[in-house]
Design a protein around this ligand. Structure first.
Ligand SMILES: [Zn+2]
Ligand SMILES: [Zn+2]
Length: 391
């Protein structure tokens, strides 16, 4: 009897463990058609459709500061702090990116921050507040004359479940640690508001092992997003978050307090434009050691090269390559399917053949992330062909 009870109990516990959590794919950072250099197709209907093809459960709305985009947002249906189209599957989480410009130690700093909010009403009120610091209508990612600390203070006025995440923290321009207008520590940007920062965005040009080399980042949750300005780039990086329910608060709480339940999906950092130091005009780039030997000067034209993310990490790192904190978040490395196909067919990603093959595969197998992460080899071979599967 007792044994039976124990077994039944065990059974219930196992069932609970299986059903307690679900893994959702979340891309917090994209841009709408109202952002500069963004595709006109970046509208809710299209984003909803592509996100489900890609296998994304929750996606940022992007650009909440833009009044015209907010008008579109107001047509969405709210559910547990997340939003969806009437017939849509994808949940939207309210997000937007702003650029703060301020002087620090005599140098102009331009830093991008991602903001995540629990409701359209707060998005509206916060936008009213932020409009004092810059023109919100001119760009979906507005420029604001304020410090990082001032921004966090304004955002946190609306509650502890609002969130500011420094965006793509290593890119040379417009980022927290960027060589061209960033700073050397989180505190230099967020000052007394630093305790409100819980997460950092790795960006396309860096991956978790690079960030692990800076011990000052150990306590932050690493998140990874696509920062997409066009439909097909949605979800090229994303997060897999284990949650108990599909709600705004659950997602935010997990990012804030439970970093080991956040896994990131990463492309190879060399995929990012700024991974190595180089001079784009002359078409060359170098790994950190060689760039250092060249003293950062382009060997072709003699001008200064842009310091790449790898070299910048090297500067701020206090751990050797391959080292890191004892406990680490999991991450998965993928190459976007469209690029995989391009390599297999030896054609450009935007060519008709590559696009055609992409849709064939996705229509047959469900969604892109499923194809890349879960699909057994046999199925892949059938649909994708042998060459592509081997990649
Ligand atoms: Zn940005
Ligand atoms: Zn962005």
């Amino acid at each position: 009897m007792a044994a039976q009870l124990i077994i039944t109990n065990l059974y219930i516990q196992v069932v609970l463990i299986i059903f307690e959590y679900m893994r959702i794919v979340v891309d917090l950072h994209i841009h709408s058609c109202y952002s500069r250099a963004s595709s006109e197709d970046m509208k809710f209907e299209n984003i909803d459709r592509i996100a489900s093809i890609k296998g994304i459960d929750v996606i940022g709305t992007g650009d909440f500061t833009h009044p015209k985009w907010r008008e579109e947002m107001k047509k969405l249906i709210e559910e547990n702090g997340l939003y969806r189209l009437e017939k849509g599957k994808t949940r939207f989480i309210i997000s937007g990116e702003v650029c703060t410009t301020f002087k620090y130690k005599g140098k102009t700093r331009r830093i991008h921050h991602l903001i995540i909010l629990p409701s359209i009403e707060i998005a509206e009120e916060l936008s009213n507040r932020l409009s004092i610091y810059g023109d919100l209508k001119s760009d979906g990612r507005p420029n604001l004359s304020m410090t990082g600390a001032q921004l966090v203070e304004e955002v946190m006025e609306f509650g502890e479940n609002c969130m500011v995440i420094p965006a793509h923290i290593w890119t040379p321009w417009f980022s927290l640690f960027g060589d061209k207008g960033g700073v050397d520590s989180i505190e230099e940007c967020y000052e007394d508001q630093t305790p409100h920062i819980c997460a950092i965005e790795t960006g396309l040009s860096s991956d978790p092992p690079m960030n692990w080399r800076v011990s000052a980042l150990d306590s932050y949750t690493l998140v990874s997003n696509s920062d997409s300005h066009s439909l097909l780039k949605i979800g090229r990086e994303a997060n897999i978050i284990e949650v108990k329910e599909l709600s705004y608060n659950e997602i935010i709480k997990t990012i804030m307090f439970n970093k080991y339940k956040v896994e990131t999906i990463e492309v190879d950092p060399a995929y990012g434009k700024y991974h190595w130091s180089g001079h784009r005009k002359c078409g060359i780039s170098f790994p950190p050691k060689e760039a250092k030997k060249l003293k950062g000067i382009c060997p072709i034209c003699g001008k200064k090269m842009t310091k790449g993310v790898a070299e910048r990490v090297e500067e701020l790192a206090d751990r050797e390559e391959g080292e890191g904190p004892k406990d680490k978040q999991n991450f998965l490395r993928i190459l976007p399917l469209i690029d995989l196909i391009a390599v297999a067919l030896n054609k450009e990603s935007f060519s008709n053949e590559v696009q055609k093959k992409y849709w064939e595969i996705v229509n047959e197998l469900g969604n892109e992330l499923k194809v890349l992460l879960e699909e057994p080899e046999e199925n892949l071979k059938k649909v994708c062909g042998k060459e592509l599967t081997e990649l």
